[in-house]
Design a protein around this ligand. Structure first.
Ligand SMILES: Cc1cc2nc3c(=O)[nH]c(=O)nc-3n(C[C@H](O)[C@H](O)[C@H](O)COP(=O)(O)O)c2cc1C
Length: 188
């Protein structure tokens, strides 16, 4: 399996409007593949404007926020390609689409790195951040996974939250739990 980096991808439509979404970038030699499921705005935007910016952030509220309807995170203009990046990024990559592999379910856009920059020091691993990322992925798959699997994974992820979360991770977890509670209520 290739390495996958979970990051915040911004794309732009033909009108110049930016869109933000968490996506996994798949290693492809020196390139990175963006593989958005159909239908999605990221997919439409990449077809309209073939550039993407990956903002690597340690603020997991951005991941949890994007999957719970909180998409308004501060951005600024990218350096070399059309589009925006997160202001609060540890580092970011600016990419140009080089090859498109079409697919009924999940087209793949192989992107060449045009520019990269670091903005502040990385502050190390934190288990609660990883737990929020895993939970954000679960939240995007609530309708696809068996409820039992979701509940079991949550039990495990909660351990890292209770032992290692700081205020940002607590807040992100709270947003995700609101979504999980609504899903639980709809089960009965
Ligand atoms: C950590 C993480 C990784 C994700 N990776 C992908 C991905 O590789 N492809 C995808 O289509 N959706 C992925 N998702 C779900 C998208 O963020 C979500 O469906 C998003 O809304 C995309 O649709 P949009 O472009 O219309 O906003 C991921 C979500 C999370 C939290």
């Amino acid at each position: 399996m290739p390495r996958i980096v979970e990051t915040i991808v911004t794309t732009t439509n033909a009108k110049g409007e930016a869109h933000i979404a968490p996506l996994g970038l798949i290693a492809d030699g020196d390139n990175w593949i963006i593989a958005p499921f159909r239908p999605s705005r990221t997919l439409d935007n990449l077809n309209e404007v073939p550039f993407a910016i990956a903002s690597h952030t340690d603020d997991v509220r951005v991941f949890a926020g994007c999957v719970t309807g909180r998409k308004s995170w501060p951005t600024c203009t990218a350096e070399r390609v059309p589009g925006m990046r997160l202001i609060d990024a540890v580092s970011h990559w600016e990419m140009a689409v080089e090859r498109i592999t079409n697919d009924q379910q999940r087209p793949r856009f192989s992107c060449r790195l045009e520019y990269e920059a670091s903005h502040r020091p990385w502050e190390g691993f934190n288990r609660a951040q990883a737990a929020v990322l895993e939970c954000a992925v679960l939240v995007t798959r609530l309708s696809m996974l068996p409820p039992e699997k979701i509940e079991n994974e949550l039990k495990y992820l909660e351990i890292a939250i209770s032992k290692t979360a700081g205020p940002r991770e607590e807040e992100a977890w709270g947003w995700l739990m609101e979504k999980i509670d609504a899903w639980r209520a709809a089960q009965v």
